[in-house]
Design a protein around this ligand. Structure first.
Ligand SMILES: C[S@@+](CC[C@H](N)C(=O)[O-])C[C@H]1O[C@@H](n2cnc3c(N)ncnc32)[C@H](O)[C@@H]1O
Length: 281
């Protein structure tokens, strides 16, 4: 049974990290005229009401987008992301937060496409309400991994697969490694971005080792740690692995990660990491 609801966490520091990076990836795809397709395999509800009881339960957004939203003098790497959030809140009050589908959709050109899958019946209904009718967006109530097996590679041969699971089930990291192998076998040039939580350090490091051993080239790993990894249980940080990253991403992240840390850190100094798990060919 699926019990995870992203509304509890929408706009928290992990979302800010993930979505700021995601905007960089989409902007890089738009640097060329050719159309592209984005697959968002674990789409969530599409947008979130930060005034809802779910979001207000722990108000996680207050330490994420709530901090970034009003800061001035931020590095330009955050502009694209913050502009999208501001566009949803034109009266200047932070109420609506864009999930990955809303963010990506708002950045597409008329020739680009977005394919979404979401298994949770409630989240799926929200997603449908958010995007129907929209001819550029295809929505499936389906297992995101099965959808990839059916739809990759896309006819455009340009694009991104975002995989952002809820990590509710044992074995998610193994499924991810299998999914990456499959995508790469069929679509070696496709960009893949996988978000992961850092709760206990060991599983995320094992995941990275397994990805390395797949022999797939060009894997860049970016992490943001806000709490000591050996501290009391909880979400200490998070990371994103980007396979076939855009050529300037590493340079951009060298500025973006410290900026996020500076804005989002709590009482601890925190840390960032940027490392090639496997080099580009
Ligand atoms: C972390 S949330 C997604 C958040 C979203 N990507 C965003 O950034 O706004 C993960 C979502 O995956 C859904 N989910 C869980 N297992 C799934 C599966 N096998 N296929 C598709 N969706 C799944 C959950 O219901 C949940 O809504």
């Amino acid at each position: 049974m699926l019990s995870y609801r992203h509304a509890f966490h929408a706009g928290n520091f992990a979302d800010a990290f993930k979505h700021a990076l995601l905007v960089q990836l989409i902007q890089a795809l738009k640097a060329k005229d050719k159309p592209f397709r984005v697959f968002d395999t674990h789409a969530g509800a599409g947008r979130y009401d930060l005034d809802s009881a779910l979001a207000r339960k722990n108000s996680e957004f207050a330490d994420g987008i709530g901090r970034l939203w009003r800061q001035s003098g931020l590095g330009c790497e955050l502009n694209g992301y913050l502009e999208r959030v501001r566009a949803l809140n034109p009266d200047g009050n932070l109420r609506w937060y864009p999930g990955s589908p809303r963010l990506v959709r708002d950045l597409l050109r008329p020739t680009d496409r977005l394919v979404l899958s979401e298994r949770h019946p409630n989240e799926f209904l929200h997603l449908k309400a958010e995007f129907s009718p929209d001819r550029q967006v295809e929505i499936h109530q389906a297992d995101g991994y099965a959808l990839l097996a059916a739809l990759v590679p896309p006819p455009q041969r340009r694009g991104l697969v975002l995989i952002d699971p809820a990590y509710e089930f044992k074995g998610e990291f193994d499924r991810l490694v299998e999914a990456v192998r499959l995508i790469h076998r069929r679509w070696a040039s496709g960009m893949i971005a996988i978000w992961y939580p850092i709760l206990d350090r060991a599983p995320s490091l094992r995941f990275q080792r397994n990805l390395r051993e797949s022999g797939i080239p060009a894997m860049l790993c970016a992490e943001l740690g806000l709490y000591p990894y050996d501290g009391p249980s909880g979400l200490h940080g998070c990371g994103m692995i980007v396979i076939n990253p855009p050529w300037r991403l590493e340079e951009t992240l060298k500025r973006l990660l410290p900026e996020l840390l500076r804005c989002l850190r709590v009482s601890q100094p925190g840390e960032t990491r940027l490392e090639w798990l496997t080099p580009a060919l």
